[in-house]
Write a protein that binds this ligand. Structure first.
Ligand code: ZN
Length: 425
């Protein structure tokens, strides 16, 4: 109760509210008390509240802050150092050279710069794939919400024990850093960069400590060739990683064989999936983070979104990192996906705008296991909010947001304004 006495309150009013779990509200308002949403509704119904601060956006659309479920903030500084549009195999080799030369301090500065960018895009929460752990500290310093998946690579069983000990030590060291906004989780990099033995050990650790998992899966044709048949361009380089893995399994079937899909796992990319893979993804109820711009830039194929959604696969939308896309904006990702639907109507459906919006808010939060707290504007949820100014003549709020919004006018995390173009006293 002592906490409640000191709580500040803010009433945010906007031309439109998009709550995600309810229809749009014209001339709506959100009352924020402390870190939580205390009420959502028509401004007329909430205006009697004597909030200590009132912010009005007569030209604005207010919605839950975006959740970007797959980022590599530590790679932000690679934006100008790598060719973003090139075949995945060449890109990966260039990336390996870049990350090997990156220090912890460089990764921290890079993550900080990435966070400065994403808050301007209205992002309040990330699923961050962190190689060095530097982005955990950067997120903490910038007071963003997130689930940080610590990257794990193990190309040889002889190194497994040492690498697992390092991972364990990192998790134990990170726990005190977490606070209420951050969770740590495990990020075995991909089925071709972790031996089956080490992958199973990471899974055991995840189960024992109740940690979520995220891995890149079925991203490119080369990965599928390697895992299924030990063929293709990576055979000589990465074949040894898989010499104890069964032959004939697609990447998705292989991950299922390992047991990974029976855990709380988020799979990223999944462009190279067939009907049998899609059936497994649906049955196991794992989340897939779809990154259409990254997939297009690296020429790995188009994810069969239509088939996956029809089969009941749970799909959310992510930007990936700045090494493979040109912005960390979820709205840019949706705009690209809409274009893709026009170009490939047979495999890629035209979804209604509210469904796209859900994929970067509530669905993305569910993929990270935090949809009870964020992802929609609902009483009792954490006050993670974004507002975009789109002009005073707004008849179609979804259209206005998707095609008219630039940078966020306000980004709020946990009841605190972390970026804003208005004077707040
Ligand atoms: Zn990634």
């Amino acid at each position: 109760m002592a906490e409640e006495r000191g709580q500040s309150s803010i009433l945010l009013r906007a031309r439109w509210l998009l709550p995600v779990t309810a229809p749009p509200i014209q001339d709506g308002a959100v009352l924020v008390k402390g870190k939580q949403i205390a009420a959502v509704g028509k401004f007329a119904d909430l205006s009697a509240d004597t909030a200590s601060v009132r912010l009005e956006f007569p030209d604005g659309i207010l919605l839950p802050g975006f959740v970007n479920p797959h980022t590599h903030l530590e790679n932000t500084c690679f934006a100008g150092a790598i060719k973003r549009t090139q075949p995945f195999n060449k890109w990966l080799l260039q990336m390996i050279r870049l990350v090997r030369s990156q220090s912890f301090e460089d990764a921290f500065a890079s993550a900080k710069s990435g966070i400065k960018q994403i808050v301007k895009f209205g992002v309040t929460c990330v699923g961050e794939f962190s190689r060095l752990g530097a982005s955990l500290l950067a997120l903490k310093e910038e007071k963003l919400r997130g689930v940080v998946f610590k990257e794990f690579i193990c190309l040889d069983d002889d190194e497994a024990e040492r690498r697992l000990t390092e991972l364990n030590q990192w998790i134990e060291g990170a726990k005190p850093q977490m606070g209420s906004l951050l969770n740590v989780a495990l990020g075995p990099h991909a089925p071709y960069t972790v031996t089956p033995f080490a992958f199973k050990r990471v899974l055991e650790l995840a189960e024992k400590q109740n940690l979520r998992l995220c891995t890149h899966a079925a991203e490119s044709p080369s990965e599928r060739q390697l895992i299924e048949r030990r063929k293709g361009i990576w055979r000589w380089w990465l074949g040894k990683v898989l010499h104890k893995a069964p032959l004939g399994f697609s990447p998705i079937r292989y991950l299922d064989w390992l047991g990974v899909l029976r855990h709380k796992t988020l799979l990223v990319h999944c462009t190279q999936v067939d009907d049998a893979d899609i059936a497994i993804l649906s049955e196991r109820k794992v989340w897939v983070a779809h990154c259409p711009r990254s997939n297009a830039n690296l020429k790995v194929g188009t994810m069969p979104l239509g088939k996956m959604l029809s089969a009941g696969v749970k799909v959310c939308l992510a930007t990936d990192g700045l090494a493979s896309v040109d912005s960390l904006s979820p709205l840019d990702e949706i705009r690209f996906a809409i274009k893709l639907a026009q170009e490939h109507p047979k495999i890629y459906p035209s979804l209604p705008p509210d469904q796209w919006l859900r994929m970067v808010t509530l669905d993305a939060a569910a993929a990270l296991g935090i949809d009870k707290f964020v992802g929609s504007l609902e009483q009792g949820k954490k006050a993670d909010i974004a507002v975009f100014r789109v002009g005073s003549q707004i008849d179609e709020p979804f259209e206005a947001l998707l095609f008219g919004a630039g940078e966020a006018a306000l980004t709020m995390v946990d009841g605190s304004v972390i970026s804003s173009d208005c004077q707040i006293t």
